[in-house]
Design a protein around this ligand. Structure first.
Ligand code: SF4
Length: 226
């Protein structure tokens, strides 16, 4: 791994069991930027696992993934590009189309992503898995941790690291890094239903609907939702 890490005042991190090898499920570059740099600063040997079949449409999926690939390459971090099996995601979301964000559709969505992450960890000798999902202020961390622990619990010797990436200045560094890198700034959680609901909310406030691929951190004032 290269060591082009910005110097920040962070406490050293210790994954569960004192392990140094971690599989990081990443949802996007803005959320994983701080998580990645914090783990590098602690000498943790990690691989990114990008499995997010929830993201719709495909153009948005590619925008988010490509940004994450670029940042991983910049830091010399291995990146596993998993399937975009969106048909399976839609099949699992059936009947939950009108559920609110943070509800049961989101539990299904986290479960699905973490189940695949846990399988990869199990098959490739990672004793610890974690995720960048919880760093976003838009997410329910307890819900994410529950899903992560459930998925890791399927395999002996695999733990879910429920570290709170927001604390100790993590949330602020997440924004700083996103601005420094001018990351693509998504304006909705990811699925077609969150896009619909966010646009509905914007319309109710007299705002224009989301235009994909147009906002970047550091170039615009408003902070979007991931
Ligand atoms: S709102 Fe976000 S977490 Fe919930 S189902 Fe949609 S993409 Fe998944």
């Amino acid at each position: 791994m290269t060591t082009t890490v910005q110097t920040y005042d962070r406490k050293p991190l210790t994954p569960p069991g004192g392990h140094k090898k971690v599989l990081l499920h990443s949802c996007c570059a803005p959320c994983s930027g701080e998580v990645m740099e914090a783990m590098l600063a602690s000498g943790i040997d990690y691989t990114i696992f990008f499995y997010n079949p929830n993201i719709h449409p495909e153009r948005e999926y590619l925008l988010r993934k490509d940004e994450n690939v670029r940042f991983a390459e910049q830091h010399g971090v291995p990146f596993v590009d998993a399937d975009y099996d969106k048909d399976n995601w839609f099949a699992r979301a059936k009947g939950m189309e009108w559920e609110p964000e943070r509800g049961i559709r989101c539990t299904m969505c986290f479960d699905m992503r973490f189940e695949r992450t846990a399988l990869h960890a199990h098959e490739h000798g990672f004793p610890v898995m974690t995720s960048s999902l919880g760093i976003s202020r838009w997410k329910n961390m307890a819900q994410i941790n529950d899903c992560g622990q459930r998925a890791a619990g399927r395999y002996d010797g695999l733990s879910y690291w429920d570290f709170n990436w927001r604390k100790g200045g993590g949330a602020a560094r997440m924004i700083e890094i996103s601005k420094r890198e001018e990351f693509y700034q998504q304006e909705y959680c990811g699925c077609v239903y969150s896009l619909r609901d966010t646009n509905q909310h914007r319309r109710s406030q007299g705002r224009e609907p989301i235009e994909l691929g147009t906002k970047f951190y550091g170039r615009d004032e408003e902070q979007g939702g991931g």
